[in-house]
Design a protein around this ligand. Structure first.
Ligand code: VG1
Ligand code: CO
Length: 568
């Protein structure tokens, strides 16, 4: 019995397609006529849309065919997996059938269609695959009313570069047909190999390769002894993909007691929650860590396992600070004991990691938002660590950000230093200064209003230097553009930056992952070198720069919004 998608495709094929084009003993490729969708332009991280958009006939197939046409994977190996959200299993069967029709030699797929984003990256690299398809809308909610997404990763294990994603988009605008091998759904619950036409489909344990990689980076014996000594932690998998990974690592390998991993079963709708590890959606974990007798370390990851949140007793570590602390302490983990080649951060990420790099005498690169911009720097060994303010940190072990890796890094730092999360953070600030940081999001504003804010700021740029706003003076202002130092490719219009003389900065950009209207992101930071002023509430510390940003951008005038919908 063909699954719904194939049945739909076959009906569509009967209606107006070229029909069956090749008939072999076990090979039956169906070519289905289709017409382009105009909205399949990938954003910051693949093609992310509301589930009903993806449920339109041909929608998944068109985009997958565009990937297969551009990537040319004939005779090669492809890795496929996702975060288990609604549509994951349906889309995976379509991808298998289409990949077989495209002549891919071997498809490595996680059991039950499950692989976290960093695990896909690890498997691509371990298996020498030519690429991977990741099914996820990351931290966006799932379920029939939620979001779905398709990402394409290249042979280095990382998100395909902009030029490839642009070519895929252009292909979606010209597509006239797609091809698939008909057949019943494959059983993805059983490990091992089956064949779909001439293609080998290999179902693998989603956790194994990833856990083996972590064991090469960290001293598991040391961490196990630390947890056995009575140190307690909590990991909130948010009913998303990291549950099985976290249980295998923290409970099975490192011996933390059962129950250390919360919400450890991946659910198609994430239990109705946002699998977003931020202070709003991880509020229960934060509350538990603040209660008397709580464990000393809390962490959470997102839908697809690439983000992380680090929580101490009564405090949450800002992701930009976490990147800086990891950079300053990386030598404590075996894989990084020899030092770092360099570090990188996305432009809106605070400059805290730059201060560490300066002290270490290594280079800090500033890239546009999105992990794909770190790939070349990692491949060329210019950097070892990188991260983003949006709760992503990672290293050269894969080419994605990696939530559990960051947690193991922090656990290592806690074990080696024997201090609390709060003590480590305060000492870091005392040494390097503190970069107070916040992001204000204005979600679901009309697209034109979002563009009006950015266009308005662009027009103001030449006149901004010297302007005094709410007690601050603009020192410089520009629109960020990036020239990749490895391949020379240029990415324009990556965000408006306003620098103030008082050590503050405001950055404005539009989100490239939202699925309805525009989301304006305003990133605020202010440097404080004086330890006696490093324990302010960050809202208070950033009040002046927030007010200046609001006034300069005239967000209220252009959008009608008096304030942000989310403060992260
Ligand atoms: C957001 C974050 C960005 C991150 C991207 C994908 O993009 O800001 O830092 O790389 O999400 O992360 P945007 O364009 O909405 O600001 V994930 O974990 O959602 O794949
Ligand atoms: Co994610």
């Amino acid at each position: 019995m063909p699954h719904e998608g194939a049945a739909r495709a076959l009906r569509a094929g009967a209606a107006g397609a070229a029909g069956l084009v090749r008939r072999g003993e076990r090979l039956l490729i169906t070519k289905v006529a289709t017409t382009p969708f105009k909205d399949q332009r990938p954003g910051t991280s693949g093609l992310r849309k509301a589930v009903p958009v993806y449920q339109q006939p041909h929608y998944i197939e068109n985009f997958v065919q565009a990937i297969l046409d551009v990537a040319d994977l004939r005779g090669k190996t492809l890795v496929v997996g996702g975060d288990g959200r609604f549509l994951n299993d349906h889309a995976i069967q379509i991808i298998l059938q289409m990949a077989a029709a495209a002549g891919i030699a071997r498809i490595v797929v996680g059991r039950d269609g499950i692989l976290s984003t960093p695990a896909v990256s690890a498997v691509i690299r371990a298996r020498g695959a030519a690429g991977g398809i990741v099914l996820s809308a990351s931290h966006n909610p799932g379920g029939p009313e939620g979001d779905f997404g398709i990402k394409y990763n290249a042979a280095n294990g990382g998100p395909a570069p902009e030029s490839v994603m642009q070519a895929i988009y252009e292909r979606t605008l010209a597509i006239e047909s797609y091809s698939l091998v008909q057949g019943p759904d494959l059983d993805l619950a059983r490990l091992g190999e089956t064949k779909l036409a001439d293609t080998v489909v290999e179902v693998v344990d989603p956790v194994e390769t990833y856990v083996a990689l972590m064991e090469t980076l960290f001293d598991f014996g040391r961490l196990k002894a630390f947890l056995a000594s009575g140190f307690r932690m909590r990991f909130d998998a948010m009913s998303a993909v990291t549950g099985p990974y976290a249980k295998a690592i923290f409970e099975d390998r490192l011996g933390a007691p059962a129950g250390t991993v919360l919400n450890g079963k991946p659910l198609p709708d994430f239990g109705g929650h946002h699998p977003d590890p931020n202070p709003v959606h991880a509020v229960e974990l934060i509350r538990e860590l603040a209660s008397p007798g709580a464990p000393g370390f809390g962490a959470a990851s997102d839908g697809d396992g690439d983000r992380n949140l680090i929580v101490g007793n009564g405090l949450v570590v800002a992701p930009s600070d976490s990147l800086a602390v990891i950079a300053a302490n990386a030598h404590l983990a075996p894989a990084y004991a020899g030092g770092l080649a360099g570090v990188a951060r996305s432009m809106p990420t605070s400059r805290a990691v730059d201060r560490v790099a300066e002290r270490l005498g290594i280079r800090s690169y500033e890239t546009p938002t999105g992990w794909k911009f770190f790939g070349n720097l990692l491949d060329a060994d210019r950097i070892t660590l990188c991260g983003e303010e949006s709760a992503g940190t990672g290293s050269n072990h894969v080419r994605e950000k990696d939530g559990i890796w960051a947690v193991l890094m922090w656990l290592t730092i806690l074990a080696e230093r024997g201090e609390s999360v709060g003590e480590i953070l305060r000492q870091h600030w005392a040494t390097f200064g503190r970069d107070y940081y916040a992001r204000h999001d204005y979600e679901e504003v009309p697209t034109e209003a979002g563009e009006a804010v950015i266009n308005g700021l662009r027009g103001l740029l030449p006149g901004l230097p010297g302007r005094k706003v709410g007690g601050l003076t603009v020192a410089a202002a520009d629109e960020f553009a990036y020239t990749d130092p490895v391949d020379g490719s240029v990415s324009q219009r990556q965000g408006i930056r306003i620098f103030f003389e008082e050590g503050a900065r405001a950055v404005f950009r539009l989100s490239g992952t939202g699925t309805s209207g525009a989301t304006i992101r305003v990133y605020l930071e202010r440097y404080e070198a004086d330890p006696s002023r490093q324990n302010l509430d960050s809202g208070e510390a950033l009040a002046a720069v927030a007010a200046a940003a609001r006034e300069i951008a005239d967000i209220q005038g252009k959008t009608g919004r008096a304030g942000p919908t989310v403060i992260a």
